[in-house]
Write a protein that binds this ligand. Sequence first.
Ligand code: ZN
Length: 314
Amino acid sequence: MIDLTLFGKQSETDRLKALYNDGRMPHAIMFTGEKGTGKKMLARWCALLMLCENSDKAPCMECRNCTNIKNDDHPDVIFAKGEKYTADGIRDIVQQTSLFPNDGDLRIVIFEDCDEMSEVQQNILLKAIEEPSKYNRYIFTCKNTASVLPTIKSRVVTIPVSEMTNHDCVSCLVAKGVPEQEATKYVLKLGKNPGRILDIINDKKKVALRESAERIARCIADENEYETAKEFSHYTDREELFGILYALYEIIGSAVRPDSADEGAVKELKEKLTFKKLYTLTERIEELTALSDYNVNAKVFAAYCSSRLFEIIA
Ligand SMILES: [Zn+2]
C-alpha cells in the first residue's frame, strides 16, 4: 500500500478541495515545482479527491476507489510515463482516452514529468486534451514549464507546489525512516526538498561527491586555485564530475540564500567571498552543467571547470 500522507501541502489541497466542492474542478491540472517536492504524491491525492465515492468527505481514504488508488491498483488511474515517454506510448494513452472508463465514469491520466516529453510527443498528447471529454481528467507534474508547449500550458490550470517548511520537511523524512536528528541536520544543510535529501542519503556515491564538492567549495572560499584544480583532477568520470558540479551548485546556492544554515563550506563561502562573486559562481556552474549534453573529455573538462570558476574569483 502506498503511504499517501502529504507534507506541507495544505494550501494546495485546500485550493483543490474548494474547486472540487464548487464543482469547478479543472479538466487538466499541472503541478509545478522542483523534483522531490511531492508533486507525484499530490497528483495521486488529486486522483483520490476526484474518484472518491464519498463526495461529501473526499478523499475519504476508505471507499473502494480510495482503497484501490492507495493500493496502486485502480483501472482508471493511469500513469502515462512508465519507464520513459515514447511517441507510441502516448498514442496508446490518447487512444485509451477515447474509450469509456473501465470502472466508473471518470478516468484520471497522470503525466509525470511532462517536461520530459519531446515536442512531437506533446503534440500527440495535445489532441487528447484539446477536445475535453467528460470521462477524462488530466494531471501533469512538471519541473520546468519552459519545456512545455504553450498550447498545452494554455489548457491546464497550473498549481505551483509551495516550498515546505523545515518542520514539514523533517516530518516527511522521519516518516520515510530517517532518524529525526539526522533529518534535521540534512534539512539545514541541504534545503527543504525531502525527495532530494532522500536521494542523497540513499546514494552513498552522491554523499561522497557532496564531500568532494564541500572540499572544492572550501578551496574556492580560500581562493586557492591550485587545490581546487587538484581536487577536480581526482575525477576522470564525466558523471561524477557533473555530480560534483550539481553538489557545488547547491552549496554555493545555499551561500547566496539568506535563510540557509551557516555551517561548513557554506559558512566559509559566505564569510570569505562577496555575494556578487558567489552569485556569479552559481551562474558559471549552471553554464558548466549545461555541457552535460556534450561528449566532453572528462580530464579536460575537470581542468576547464576549475579555470572557468577562477576567472570569477580572480
Ligand atoms: Zn473515498
